[in-house]
Ligand binder design. Structure first.
Ligand SMILES: NC(=O)c1ccc[n+]([C@@H]2O[C@H](COP(=O)([O-])OP(=O)(O)OC[C@H]3O[C@@H](n4cnc5c(N)ncnc54)[C@H](O)[C@@H]3O)[C@@H](O)[C@H]2O)c1
Length: 370
C-alpha cells in the first residue's frame, strides 16, 4: 500500500512517498541523500510525543544519528522569533551545506523549517515528514516556505523545494478529528478545482476514509499530491496556473485575519468555507449553476464540517471590513483582487474581473446566514 508521486522539477526534482510505516523506514529512504550519517530534526512537542521515537528508531536502524529541536505547537510558532531560533540552532549543531534537515510535523513546522533551510548557508536540503492531513496533501509539496508577520500570513518566505517527502499515513490516525477534517478541506479543494471525478469519488468514500480506512487515505493523499505536483511542475513560482491552488483562499485569509488566526477557525476550515463562498460568487456571476455551491455545501455538511459563516464561533466584522481584509491578501495585484472562480465542479480558473459589489453581496448574505 505504498504510492510514489514524482515531482519532475529538473535539478530540484524529488519523490513524495505515501503510505503507512514510512517513518520506520526513514533511515533507508533518507540515507542515499546523506554525506554523513547525521541529521537534524526540527519538530513540535505535540507531534514529538506521538511520532518522534518512530522516526528516530527508523533513522538509527541505518546508523543515522539525529539531534532534535522541539518547538511549541501552533500557528504562533511560524514567526520571526522561531525562525531565528531554528536557524541559530542549526548553526550551533554545525549543520553544513551538504547536510539534511528533517521537518517532522504539520504545515507550521514544514513552512518554518523549510524557510530556515532556504536561508541557512544560502540553502540547505531538507526532508519533509508531514504528519497532518493538510501537510501531506498540500504544504509539504511544492516548495512554498515561509512565516507569518504582524501584517499577515505567509508574508515572508522563499521557494525552496524539499529533497524528499515521506507522507506516513499512519500519522493521520493520531490527529484530532477536527484537525483531520480541516485537512480534508484541502483534499476537497483538488476535486473542486480540477477533477470532478475525484470530487465524486470523495462524496462516496470520505465517510469511510475519515473513519480510518487506510487504503482510502492513501488513495486520497496520492490523488491530491499528484494534482498539486502537476500544477507546481507547470508553474513552480506561481506566475499563473499555480494560483488555482488558492481556490477558497481569498475568502479564507480574510476570515482567518478576522478571527485573529485563532482556534476559532483553522486554516483548512477557512478553505472549506471559502470554497463554498467562491462557488456562490461564481453562481451569482452566472459562471456556474446554483447546483454547484449547493453541492459543495451539502458535502461539507454531510462531513460535519464548518460550512457557513455562522459556524465560526464569536462575532465577525461586517461585509465591508471583510472585503477590506481580502484586499490585504498577497494575491492582490496592482490593487485588484484576484479570485479563483469556477464554471462548475472541477473547472476552476483565475480572474481579477470581479465586481466589488457582487463580492460584497455574497459576504452580506453569508453574514446574514442566507
Ligand atoms: N506551504 C504551503 O504550500 C502551504 C499550503 C497550505 C497550508 N500551509 C500552511 O500550513 C499551516 C497549517 O498546517 P497544519 O494544519 O498542518 O497546521 P499545524 O502544523 O499547526 O498542525 C495542526 C495541528 O495538528 C497537530 N498535529 C500535526 N500532526 C499530528 C499528528 N500526526 N497527530 C496529532 N496531532 C498532530 C499539531 O500539533 C497542530 O495542533 C498554515 O500555517 C498554512 O499557512 C502551507
Amino acid at each position: 500500500m505504498r504510492e510514489t508521486v514524482h515531482v519532475p522539477l529538473g535539478a530540484r526534482a524529488y519523490d513524495v512517498l505515501i503510505g503507512p510505516g514510512l517513518m520506520a523506514e526513514a533511515g533507508a529512504l533518507i540515507q542515499p541523500l546523506l554525506p554523513r550519517l547525521r541529521v537534524a530534526i526540527v519538530t513540535e512537542t505535540r507531534v514529538a510525543a506521538l511520532h518522534l521515537d518512530a522516526l528516530r528508531s527508523g533513522l538509527s536502524a541505518e546508523g543515522i544519528d539525529s539531534v532534535v529541536l522541539e518547538l511549541p505547537p501552533g500557528e504562533a510558532t511560524k514567526g520571526w522569533a522561531h525562525l531565528e531560533q531554528v536557524t541559530e540552532w542549526l548553526l550551533d549543531q554545525k549543520i553544513e551545506r551538504r547536510d539534511v534537515v528533517v521537518a517532522l510535523g504539520g504545515g507550521v513546522i514544514g513552512d518554518l523549517v523549510g524557510f530556515a533551510c532556504a536561508i541557512l548557508r544560502r540553502g540547505v536540503r531538507f526532508v519533509q515528514v508531514p504528519t497532518s492531513l493538510l501537510a501531506q496533501v498540500d504544504s509539504s509539496v511544492g516548495g512554498k516556505t515561509g512565516i507569518n508577520t504582524s501584517q499577515g500570513k505567509n508574508l515572508a518566505g522563499a521557494f525552496h523545494q524539499p529533497s524528499l517527502v515521506l507522507a506516513d499515513t499512519d500519522a493521520l490516525s493520531t490527529l484530532a478529528p477536527r484537525d483531520f477534517l480541516a485537512g480534508y478541506g484541502e483534499v476537497m479543494k483538488y476535486g473542486l478545482l480540477g477533477d470532478s471525478a475525484f470530487f465524486e469519488w470523495l462524496e462516496e468514500h470520505v465517510p469511510a476514509m475519515a473513519a480510518g480506512d487506510m487504503g482510502l487515505r492513501v488513495a486520497a493523499v496520492r490523488r491530491s499530491v499528484e494534482m498539486k505536483a502537476e500544477i507546481v511542475t507547470r508553474d513552480e513560482t506561481e506566475q499563473g496556473e499555480r494560483a488555482l491552488l488558492n481556490l477558497g483562499h481569498t475568502f479564507c485569509h480574510a476570515l482567518e485575519s478576522a478571527t485573529g488566526y485563532s482556534d476559532r477557525l483553522l486554516h483548512g476550515e477557512g478553505v472549506a468555507i471559502g470554497c463554498g463562498l467562491a462557488y456562490e460568487l461564481s453562481a451569482r456571476l452566472g459562471l456556474c449553476s446554483q447546483e454547484s455551491p449547493s453541492r459543495v455545501r451539502a458535502h461539507l455538511k454531510a462531513m460535519g464540517m464548518k460550512t457557513d459563516l455562522k459556524d465560526i464561533p464569536g462575532d465577525l466584522p461586517g461585509a465591508e471590513a471583510l472585503l477590506n481584509l481580502m484586499g490585504q491578501d498577497k494575491k492582490v495585484v496592482a490593487g485588484t483582487l484576484n479570485f479563483v472562480l469556477a464554471r462548475g465542479i472541477g473547472d476552476a480558473f483565475v480572474t481579477s474581473d470581479v465586481p466589488r459589489d457582487v463580492v460584497l453581496g455574497v459576504l452580506q448574505d453569508a453574514l446574514r446566514g442566507n
